[in-house]
Design a protein around this ligand. Structure first.
Ligand code: DC
Length: 223
């Protein structure tokens, strides 16, 4: 049986930064499930498919082949054979992704992939439904969050560093919209699993959050 850690939480809570650091410290494979939904969104954008039209999105699913590969421990995303890792981090893709991830057929396709990955290797997987749906038997479950203001500030900094010009207010508004959509959708909404450890990172350093999680992992591995 592989060892599985699930990290769920809203956009900008720092899940990927934290998960990458924990993966390195404890020898786990980091699986970024948001990247899989984002890769699918890139296909919709490139092909002019309206992400608010469930039928249109569902109709092309069989043409979308999403694959994950690892190079030096880094997750690469492939869309129909093309490496698109560097193209999926835009705000536009984030919004399209929030739309298409509401649809059951989209989720079924990607959840099956995620479960297969977790069977093959020890993972720390982040997303919205990992502890509740994808890996309900995960050894450690974390619900990582932070205030909207703190999350917006972090995302804004990332955008500026990536050369994307947006205002803090715009980022904050989009985070609120995405939170609402992700938490109120019918299929696998973002909720804290009952047995997840709740971590609010608003006033914590990265090192403190990482330690809180590695302590849990060590406890569980000793048990
Ligand atoms: O974590 P992220 O910003 O890359 O996620 C992008 C979108 O994908 C987010 O709005 C919700 C969706 N998502 C999801 O529904 N389920 C997951 N397991 C991961 C992401």
């Amino acid at each position: 049986m592989s060892f599985c850690v699930a990290i769920d939480g809203p956009a900008g809570a720092g899940k990927s930064t934290v998960a990458k650091a924990v993966a390195k410290e404890r020898g786990l494979h980091y699986v970024d499930t948001g990247a899989m939904y984002r890769t699918m969104s890139l296909y919709m954008l490139r092909n002019g498919i309206d992400s608010r039209d469930e039928k249109a999105v569902t109709a092309v699913l069989s043409e979308v082949h999403v694959e994950v590969a690892y190079e030096d421990g880094i997750q690469l995303m492939y869309l129909n054979g093309e490496n698109v890792t560097g193209q999926i981090r835009t705000d536009e893709i984030g919004m399209v992704t929030s739309n298409i991830s509401r649809y059951r057929p989209v989720r079924e396709k990607l959840v099956a992939m995620q479960q297969k990955l977790a069977e093959q290797m020890d993972v720390i997987m982040d997303g919205r439904d990992i502890g509740t749906c994808v890996l309900p038997e995960a050894d450690v479950k974390i619900y990582l969050t932070a205030s909207v203001a703190v999350r917006a500030k972090r995302r804004h900094k990332e955008f500026l560093e990536a050369g994307q010009e947006v205002t803090l207010e715009e980022v904050e508004k989009k985070i609120e919209t995405r939170d609402y959509q992700d938490m109120h959708r019918e299929n696998s909404p973002l909720v804290r699993a009952e047995d997840a450890v709740y971590l609010d990172s608003s006033d914590m350093t990265l090192a403190q959050v990482v330690k809180a999680i590695t302590d849990r992992i060590d406890e569980k591995r000793r048990a």
